[in-house]
Write a protein that binds this ligand. Structure first.
Ligand code: F6P
Length: 363
């Protein structure tokens, strides 16, 4: 059985751990298993490239960050557009057959899964694995890479807190998460943030500034160095309620006019003007995706990879592996493609956070 593996979209911790688990399970449990890596995501499949992955290539990569296969972003909307008479989808299917694959494991996020579903509908045997620090893939409780990012962001916020406290500043920590605010929500709660701003809960500048002013008023009259500070964790996709009426493109245009891509620099300016507080924006950036996976992600990646290889051995294709409760299971690709798992503004986690005094900047 010839098994291909590719990693697509933004990297995250745990990709190599998954590749290792697929490979080791297959080599130990599938007769005549042959494993190949497709380099550079769907780009490698479009180019018809592959290279062998031997046991020795896999054994020592459990804790390695990034991806030994390389990755790229290939826009979904381009997949079915004919280019010189042939679409990328058709080229990928032809190369899947030319390479002699019996199964292709696709490690990626929501966009990657949409393309995986297309490949599957064209007759390729595909198994998806849910990767992303955004944790927004529909049908799985958790994605690999997410928990490591939560750890990294939580530690960063702890550090930003000490400098914010030392200066009595408002610190806005902008974390990744364009559509979904899971990372901001989990790390924000874990690091004891005062306020968490999410794409799913538009915020108002009045509510944000009133919160800060009340916090400052509570600290008034304290002795010693008791200057109040406020710690805000904002997802990069956070939106002002006033921006809601604009389409995504219009919003991007307005922000570009201001020389900004996210709302946090604008919010910082407003906070400075309205409350008089020194305000800084801190962006941990790609630190959130890089480096070694935490123990949770090593375990999760190993379970997901091993399970996916077992599905291949059983001839179960057209699915993506998933976590449900504490069980590893799978969903049909057709079922999850194009759907996102977003934070529920009325859900338990948001309600609990509100209950312990965390503001979402909306009231
Ligand atoms: O992979 C998901 C993600 O990390 C998002 O949270 C973020 O918006 C995006 O990738 C950044 O993408 P790029 O690597 O293309 O800058």
């Amino acid at each position: 059985m010839k098994l291909g593996i590719l990693t697509s979209g933004g990297d995250c911790a745990g990709l190599n751990a998954v590749i290792r688990a697929i490979g080791l399970y297959a080599l130990d449990n599938i007769k005549n298993a042959e494993i190949v890596g497709i380099p550079g995501g769907y780009g490698g499949l479009i180019a018809g490239e592959s290279f062998p992955l031997k046991r020795a290539d896999l054994e020592d990569i459990l804790d390695r960050g990034g991806t030994i296969l390389g990755t790229s972003r290939q826009p979904f909307k381009m997949m079915t557009v004919p280019e010189g008479g042939t679409s990328r989808l058709e080229t990928m299917c032809a190369n899947y057959r030319k390479t002699g694959l019996d199964c292709l494991f696709v490690l990626g996020g929501a966009g990657t899964h949409r393309t995986a579903a297309l490949l599957s509908s064209e007759g390729c045997n595909v198994i998806g694995l849910p990767k992303t620090i955004d944790n927004d893939i529909y049908g799985t409780d958790v994605t690999f890479g997410f928990q490591t990012a939560v750890e990294v962001v939580t530690e960063s916020i702890d550090r930003y807190r000490t400098t914010a406290a030392g200066h009595g500043r408002t610190m806005i920590v902008e974390v990744m998460g364009n559509k979904a605010g899971w990372l901001a929500l989990h790390a924000g709660i874990a690091a004891g943030a005062d306020m968490i701003l999410l794409p799913e809960i538009p915020f108002s500048v009045d509510a944000v500034c009133t919160y800060i002013e009340r916090k400052n008023a509570r600290a008034a009259g304290a002795s010693g160095w008791e200057k109040p500070y406020t710690l805000i964790v904002a997802a990069e996709g956070a939106v002002l309620d006033a921006e809601r009426r604009f389409k995504k493109k219009e919003r991007a245009f307005i922000r570009t006019e201001r020389g900004e891509t996210t709302v946090t620099p604008h919010l910082a300016e407003i906070i400075r003007a309205r409350t008089g507080m020194e305000t800084r924006v801190a962006v941990p950036g790609y630190l959130q995706r890089g480096g070694t996976p935490c123990a949770y992600d090593r375990l999760l990646s190993s379970r997901l990879g091993g399970y996916a290889a077992r599905l291949a051995a059983e001839g179960k294709f057209g699915v993506s592996v998933a976590v449900s409760g504490n069980r590893i299971t799978f969903n049909a690709l057709a079922e999850i493609a194009g759907r996102y798992k977003l934070v529920d503004p009325r859900g338990e986690l948001v309600a609990f956070a509100r209950g312990i005094g965390i503001s979402f900047g909306d009231r």
